[in-house]
Design a protein around this ligand. Sequence first.
Ligand code: ADP
Ligand code: MG
Length: 443
Amino acid sequence: MTNATQGMIIVAEQISKHFPLPDGKGTFTVLKDVNVHVRDSEVLALLGRSGSGKSTLLRIMAGLIPPSSGQVISSGKPLNGPNADVAMVFQSFALLPWLTVQENVELGLEAQRVGREERRVRALKAIDMVGLDGFENAYPKELSGGMRQRVGFARALVVQPQVLFMDEPFSALDVLTAENLRGEIGDLWEAGMFPARSILIVTHNIEEAVLLADRVIILGANPGHVRGELQIDLPRPRDRTAARFQALVDYIYTVMTNPEAKVTAVPEPTATHPPPFPPLPHARSGGISGLLEILLERGGQDDLPLLAQRLRLEIDDLLPIVDAAVLLGFASVVEGDVIVSDMGRAFAQADILTSKELFRQQVLAHVPLIVTIVQTLREKQKGGMRADFFLDILDEHYPYDEAQRQFATAVDWGRYAELFEYDAVEERLYLPEPVIHNQDQGT
Ligand code: ADP
Ligand code: MG
């Protein structure tokens, strides 16, 4: 290894990739002059929008496809064929349906000509590590999506790669399953028990990158190129509600919605602590999407007083809905005009499941009260929690009536986001039941 590559496991130098166009004339450039390296003992995230060439870059670094120009150096040697330092977890589990869990996990070891007994022992250990103990003999079709992806992880980890590559490993899972599995992977890493030296994760999910990574490389598109990188200087385990976490997410969000912006300054930690539960504007989820739809019909922007007049609403009745849309990143207000954001447009125009997912994502990013409720319910696990528990906390910050209204708004948003359920008769909050298919055991 040269000095320049000391402490680096994989170095991708000046990678470009072209694909032939379907008409046979000319080529399409997917990656241009990309330089990326994976250091020893780090979690590196490659963050970019869909189509920015993330999967292509990952495949090139894994030696599954060659670059058009540039080279990959792994453990000091130029790569020429599949990268033996790497094991990959795919978005679409890619399990063999006719093999059991254990047989799927042993596959990678067979390729390495590991003997039968050692294969068995190592596979069982990997299966145990990902929480699938007892499912060794199940077939993939008997498993939920979350469990299938656990097999995907076990199959990659069993070979004890230098670097674990993950290509959007949580994006085919429902939100809670994804959150659960992501948390476990983070825990394994933090416990120092991870059977790989480094992790390279490809994602388009900003929060996921900030939750898991030590370093985030932001890719731009057309053609794919590195826009810059950020060090994620947050202590582990990571706290989504920390001001610094939010600042990093907001910063990256701003950069990613502005293709021209330079990725340079990491924002400073905020000096003053915001109140633990900033007040929620009293607007219902349905009202927020209704407002966005009306605005989109008018080109995505309208003058606030005129809008109130047209809707025959007092401005004071309209403002909380606007404030809620702004709080959730669905809109902004500039000089008396309310303007729908890209996120707001996506939310209002998506199908119901996608818009719920976007709502959930924005709520978790921007509403600490709901994050606290969800975390408390997860810790409690069984039987839910009495509403009074949260009302007592709110009472410390708000007068009685306002605490009730804050709680009612949080419940409306949390229910719509399917983050929790509320039984108004028992006055208890519950985590939603996991989606159950046939023999599924949840995640
Ligand atoms: P991402 O993972 O960031 O969504 P991909 O690497 O999958 O991006 O794809 C980037 C672009 O390259 C897309 O426009 C895709 O259509 C194109 N592409 C990927 N693989 C091929 C291929 N084998 N042939 C032609 N075009 C491809
Ligand atoms: Mg991809």
